[in-house]
Design a protein around this ligand. Structure first.
Ligand code: NOJ
Length: 562
């Protein structure tokens, strides 16, 4: 008998050990967009030393890990997602030694580090692409990319009608050695980002080298850019409605009906092809060959969302971004539906969910929800969910989309659409650190995007001293989350029936969440005596077991006498 109990205890210990080792499963991961985070050398662009300087800020915020958007060698036509050497640092961000120092210093501060990896494409400045341009059709150099002859007379039409996600054709024609227009190459993004051909073994080999390069330097994980894009269906085939598809693929949701959008995203010839899974199985063996747990999170936008679970099967990647949740409106039943389906779909493969409210490609959450009260309430709701939370820099300050004159916009999506698509620069405006300093403490030089005076009120120093600031709300929720929600016994979420417009769930034996997405106060009987742990704004009241939840408000409650 004792033996059985002991065995059970051993199994439990093992399970709990598994839970703690998989650090990403309930981590709060902070996305740093290095160019806009902190400039240490006065050139107007953020850099790696700037991130190192601000590690105490991140530690104080209470996050567990940072994910850095690319800082690799790059002509920077697409904010560094056009990589010309994935194993070196671009001088605008610092040196390789800075990247190594960052990993080490973050670890000393108890913070894990994730870097971006961009396998769908290289920059046209990469040596491979330069060699491809200098070589003949059908050469080994061209076989690393998607080169094809054009259609029509003299091949002057692109090989198919696919569109770049940044607008315009997904193909560009090259000039051959004889000085005449010749083959075309595929680029799902800017023409400076030629797509790699993953059918080519050299491509896979080179990326394995890159994985080892950074893992050997102690990196804890990767965020995989366009993880669902590596393989394409037949590049000779047209899409039935390429213009609508491009609109559907925009992270600002392109003003499209959500159902039409989902239908378009459920069948894309260049995303979600099955062969990528074999590559990720291979990558998994690499991650698993290192001591301490290394992880990878996939950027993949696919419908139905159940397809995302394929990327996080036990022998593949560890996590996938939840873009369905990111697109959720401030509407209780839609939020509940999205949360329930994410948890259910991912649990079929034993993966933990992730929750994202915005990132460097999407409108900032306060602007999207058109209200800072709603964004505060949405944040408290998000921080209470089981799984990991991604926080995009400046989100904790409640920043809105930046005010940027069109003349200085830099996003290729803006440029290629002739300004029709405003692009993503609004979410990339540098952070204000200090209300009274030049450029609000971001840089001693000229910031790469203008820092409008309205940024002042979001400054870190002001928010640190204001009790009810956005920043302090984040600090409190991240602290309380660790204390009440990251316990091994509270990973489960129990839904309670609630009136229209209310989200009501509990976790563990103590914690209850109520969120009111309507414009009226609503009374809820929580059937227990409770105290308010945290509220996204003031105004809640308690009478007996009845809680009055103000409009656009989330409450964290704790059962008393526990
Ligand atoms: C997704 C990245 O998040 C985005 O910023 C980039 O433009 C595209 N992938 C292309 O790499």
């Amino acid at each position: 008998m004792l033996g059985t109990v002991q065995n059970k205890q051993n199994t439990l210990n093992e399970l709990n050990k598994g839970v703690t080792d998989n650090w990403w499963e309930n981590a709060v991961i902070y996305q740093v967009y290095p160019r806009s985070f902190k400039d240490s050398n006065g050139d107007g662009e953020g850099d790696l030393q700037g991130v190192i300087q601000q590690l105490p800020y991140l530690q104080d915020l209470g996050i567990d890990a940072i994910w850095l958007s690319p800082f690799y060698k790059s002509p920077n036509k697409d904010g560094g997602y056009d990589v010309s050497d994935p194993r070196d640092v671009d001088p605008r961000f610092g040196t390789l030694a800075d990247a190594e120092e960052l990993i080490q210093r973050a670890h000393e501060s108890g913070i894990k580090v994730i870097f971006d990896i961009v396998p769908n494409h290289f920059s046209s400045d990469h040596v491979w692409f330069k060699a491809a341009l200098a070589s003949k059709p059908s050469s080994a150099e061209r076989a690393r990319f998607h080169f094809a002859d054009g259609k029509g007379e003299n091949g002057n039409q692109p090989p198919n009608n696919w569109e770049s996600l940044f607008n315009g054709p997904a193909w560009t024609r090259v000039i051959e050695a004889d000085g005449k227009p010749g083959q075309w190459y595929l680029h799902l993004f800017d023409s400076s980002q030629p797509d790699l051909n993953w059918e080519n073994a050299e491509v896979a080999k080179d990326f394995e080298r890159t994985l080892h390069f950074w893992l050997d330097r102690g990196l804890d994980g990767f965020r995989i850019d366009v993880a669902h894009g590596l393989f394409k269906s037949d590049v000779k085939e047209d899409h039935r409605d390429p213009k609508e598809l491009t609109r559907a693929l925009r992270m600002d949701l392109g003003g499209m009906d959500p159902e039409v959008r989902k239908a378009l995203l459920s069948d894309i010839p260049f995303f979600g092809q099955g062969q990528a899974h074999e590559i990720y199985r291979q990558w998994r063996t690499i991650f698993d060959s290192y001591p301490e747990k290394r992880m990878a999170v996939a950027e993949a936008l696919l419908y139905p969302t159940s397809r995302l679970a394929d990327y996080v099967r036990p022998d593949e990647l560890h996590q996938v971004f939840n873009f369905d949740y990111m697109g959720a409106e401030w509407n209780a039943s839609k939020i509940i539906k999205s949360v329930k389906s994410s948890i259910a779909e991912l649990s079929t493969v034993g993966a933990s969910p992730s929750w994202v409210m915005n990132n460097h490609d999407s409108p900032r959450v306060v602007s999207r929800l058109k209200s800072s009260d709603r964004a505060r309430a949405f944040a408290l709701l998000t921080h209470a969910l089981p799984g990991s939370v991604y926080v995009y820099q400046g989100e904790e300050l409640g920043m809105v989309e930046g005010i940027i004159p069109d003349e200085v916009r830099q996003d290729p999506a803006f440029i290629r659409s002739g300004g029709k698509d405003k692009g993503r620069d609004g979410a990339r405006v540098p952070l204000p650190w200090n209300a009274s300093a030049k450029n609000f403490g971001f840089s001693g030089g000229n910031p790469w995007l203008p820092m409008h005076q309205t940024l002042k009120e979001y400054s870190v120093d002001l928010q640190n001293t204001e009790v009810n600031s956005f920043l302090n709300l984040y600090k409190m929720s991240l602290t309380l989350r660790k204390r009440f929600l990251n316990q091994e016994n509270s990973t489960q979420l129990i839904w309670h029936d609630a009136p229209e417009g209310i989200v009501h769930f509990s976790r563990g034996s103590e914690f209850i969440l109520l969120a009111n997405t309507t414009q009226l106060p609503i009374d809820i009987d929580v059937k227990a005596s409770v105290m308010v742990l945290l509220q996204s704004q003031s105004g809640a009241s308690l009478i007996g077991t009845i809680v009055t939840v103000p409009p656009d408000t989330t409450l964290w409650l704790r059962k008393e006498n526990n």
